[in-house]
Design a protein around this ligand. Structure first.
Ligand SMILES: Nc1ncnc2c1ncn2[C@@H]1O[C@H](COP(=O)(O)OP(=O)(O)OP(=O)(O)O)[C@@H](O)[C@H]1O
Ligand SMILES: [Mg+2]
Length: 249
């Protein structure tokens, strides 16, 4: 069974339909990329996968999203869902507190207060996010004193600290330099061994470099969804071809 199954998903902001009959299956331990021009609904769909749109007034959703076969709008407790599905945003958003406390924040919320246990989680998460060596001697310093690329890896570590199944990433490298971007890409490839990853990117080379499958969106619809190698080498739809060859958007 696929990790996530999206069935006939429609999403409206007031009268505006931002997602139209989305049907997608997202496999465990794969990286799935969402690409498409600005405003086509990539972030909206990503946010539908952890119910972030619940916070948006006048947002209405019909259809189904199944996580391990359970309807995440009906069958799954929202707190359980938030633990299972982590999210990383375009702009690194560390909390204004120490590096240690950023990572310990989620586990503490979930009731872990034992110092030894927290120390372990902090180290493990920072190692998984490939930033431990850079910060191990300054864990009690403010996270705001880190570089952008470091902050983004910290945010990934923070998402991993509650041991999610799924990691959603919305343009996680668009604010970073090429070296930090390469580090995050390497990291994401490493993480797919343990996690299911969905990443929104405007960088088509990035989609080619790291993703297993790619979905191309246009005006709230999925135009084409296929293996990344297939979609970029032999697109089935003319609109996909126009987009990936830069003739559009
Ligand atoms: N809270 C909201 N209220 C009303 N309309 C919204 C809201 N959020 C998004 N939209 C609209 O829904 C559509 C899809 O937006 P979305 O942010 O999902 O696009 P996107 O593909 O992520 O674009 P980008 O590449 O620029 O990030 C757009 O037309 C946008 O204006
Ligand atoms: Mg977006």
């Amino acid at each position: 069974m696929s990790k996530l199954v999206i069935n006939h998903l429609d999403l409206y902001y007031n009268d505006f339909q931002a997602l139209k009959n989305i049907n997608l299956e997202i496999e465990a331990n794969e990286i799935t990329a969402f690409i498409g021009p600005s405003g086509c609904g990539k972030s909206t769909l990503l946010k539908s996968l952890n119910r972030m749109n619940d916070l948006v007034k006048n947002c209405r959703i019909t259809g189904q999203v199944l996580l391990d076969g359970e309807d995440l709008y009906r069958d799954i407790d929202i707190n359980v869902l938030r633990k299972k599905v982590g999210m990383v945003f375009q702009k690194p958003n560390p909390f204004p507190m120490s590096i240690y406390d950023n990572i310990a924040f989620g586990p503490r919320t979930h009731g872990i207060h034992n110092k030894t246990q927290l120390d372990e989680v902090v180290e493990k998460s920072l190692r998984q996010a490939a930033i431990w060596d850079e910060v191990k001697d300054r864990l009690n310093k403010s996270a705001l004193g880190m570089s952008g690329g470091q902050q983004q890896r910290l945010c990934i570590a923070r998402a991993l600290a509650v041991e999610p199944d799924i990691l959603l990433m919305d343009e996680p490298t668009s604010a970073l330099d090429p070296i930090s971007t390469a580090k995050i890409e390497e990291l994401v490839i490493e993480l797919k061994k343990k996690y299911t990853i969905v990443i929104v990117t405007h960088n088509m080379q990035q989609a080619v470099r790291i993703s297993d499958k790619t979905a191309f969106f246009l005006l709230g619809e999925v135009v084409e969804y296929n293996k990344t190698s297939q979609l970029f080498s032999l697109p089935q739809d003319e609109r996909t071809e126009n987009y990936i060859t830069g003739r559009f958007g």
